[in-house]
Write a protein that binds this ligand. Structure first.
Ligand code: ATP
Length: 412
């Protein structure tokens, strides 16, 4: 059977993965055979998520009625039911639902009624609290197929420490990443010199190590010096796989979905208020503004380095009519040329425009010239993929250390 849970936390406490880890132990103590649980990230653009839109699936063998009772008791005990935005859901299925529901929850939006239909068709046991919105994530979690997957080893704090500052030895995290890269990632952000795998929020997570295999995350974990963890749990996950990206074309994009799409840079990048950078991308006569926000730090220099005519492939989410960039592949660089009035051959003064299509005129001696001076600037940007730094990366975004995007070939 598969047990799905979601929507148990609030900004000031708890985490559905922690409840998952506790349930794995409670089930095992009651004699269930428990498999490695799964941590599924769903559409990162749903506005009602608490943090990273996570849901949990536990595979177990035993009495489904008893498993359902244990899971519901866990939610009653541990979910932050008083929080306005917490609407838990628990499901137990013996027949696996169609993975189509998972893919929709990952790349699109679902309703609670749609989840209930899937559950009814699968003959599932289910319970929703309050609005029951967590049934969406819980149903998606038990429906998930994972054509590509990675691992995360999550360590949780002892409950007495929740809400206090985390005691971690920062250098040990840098050492861990250095020793295990590229098999693990996003432990630290070496560009900014910060630890990114240990949150600052009041939830139970102490740290999470992401990597290619259980062996690599366990090896990376062995370097870390921290306060004593209360609990540790290995999760199989769809994180770092680009599973949220659909193949898209500019002009056909829908708000709140994420895409990988081709385009040609249609103008100069501009830096706006707050340091956000925008660059227009064109395909089939339609323009799409692409955004690199301030938290993407050095990635903005990549975007600033784009010039009209550059051929690219962009990945990101469609929000407010623009694409929030997660990474970009420069396929072909255009020439970066600038046209300006020529310098007068007679007196050496720079000419000015003599009017529309009338060429140029020297303001000192009156000499005339037909053509502008065309100067070519060397390009510093390199072809290939460029990504946001670890501190700004979305859970589902595939880091370049895992190669390309979507696991698809880069032959365009
Ligand atoms: P938690 O640790 O509790 O899972 P979170 O950041 O993952 O925190 P939730 O509190 O679970 O976020 O809130 C996300 C809510 O959105 C859940 O109720 C989930 O069922 C729902 N949801 C997830 N994906 C979709 C989707 N594609 N369409 C509609 N609702 C969704």
């Amino acid at each position: 059977m598969r047990i799905g849970i979601d929507d148990t936390d609030a900004p000031d406490g708890m985490c559905t993965t922690y409840l998952g880890a506790v349930l794995c132990r409670r089930l095992a103590v009651q004699g269930f055979r428990v498999g490695i649980p799964r941590l599924l990230r769903l559409n990162p653009n749903v506005p009602w998520k608490t943090r990273g839109n996570a849901a949990v699936c536990i595979e177990a063998e035993g009495d489904p009625e008893e498993a359902f009772r244990i899971a519901c008791t866990g939610v009653e005990e541990m979910a932050i039911l008083d929080a306005e935005a917490t609407h838990p859901g628990v499901v137990v299925v013996e027949d696996l639902p169609d993975p189509a529901f998972y893919r929709k929850a990952l790349q699109d939006f679902c309703t609670v009624d749609e989840a209930r239909e899937v559950l009814e068709a699968a003959g599932a046991r289910s319970r929703g609290w309050k609005l029951g919105r967590g049934l969406i994530g819980a149903t998606a979690a038990v429906s998930a197929d994972l054509p590509d997957a990675t691992w995360e080893l999550l360590a949780y704090r002892t409950p007495a420490r929740w809400g206090t500052g985390r005691e971690i030895d920062r250098p040990s995290f840098f050492l861990s990443q250095e020793a295990t890269t590229p098999r693990t990632w996003d432990t630290v952000d070496p560009y900014q010199g910060i630890v990114v795998c240990s949150p600052h929020t009041p939830d139970p997570v102490l740290f999470g190590i992401r990597g290619e295999s259980p062996w690599w995350v366990a090896y990376a974990r062995s370097f870390l010096v921290t306060e004593a963890a209360g609990l540790e749990q290995l999760y199989l996950t769809n994180q770092s796989t680009d599973a949220h990206l659909r193949e898209g074309r500019i002009g056909t994009l829908e708000e709140g979905r994420s895409y990988r799409l081709p385009g040609t840079v249609a103008g100069r990048p501009e830096t706006g208020r707050g340091g956000h950078v925008t660059v227009p991308l064109e395909d089939g006569g339609t323009i799409l503004p692409c955004m690199a926000y301030e938290p993407t730090k050095g990635f903005r220099d990549v975007v600033r380095g784009l010039r009209a005519g550059d051929r690219v492939e962009a990945c990101g989410s469609c929000k407010g009519g623009s694409l929030n960039l997660e990474k970009i592949r420069v396929i072909r660089l255009a020439e970066d040329t600038e046209r300006r009035p020529p310098v007068c051959g007679g007196c050496g003064k720079r000419m000015t425009s003599a009017g529309r299509e009338k060429g140029y005129k020297c303001p000192r001696c009156g000499a005339r010239a037909r053509d502008p001076e065309v100067c070519s600037h060397p390009r510093t940007l390199t072809c290939g993929w460029h990504e946001v730094p670890p501190s700004a990366r979305r859970h589902l975004a595939r880091p370049l250390v895992r190669g390309g995007a979507n696991g698809k070939s880069d032959t365009v």
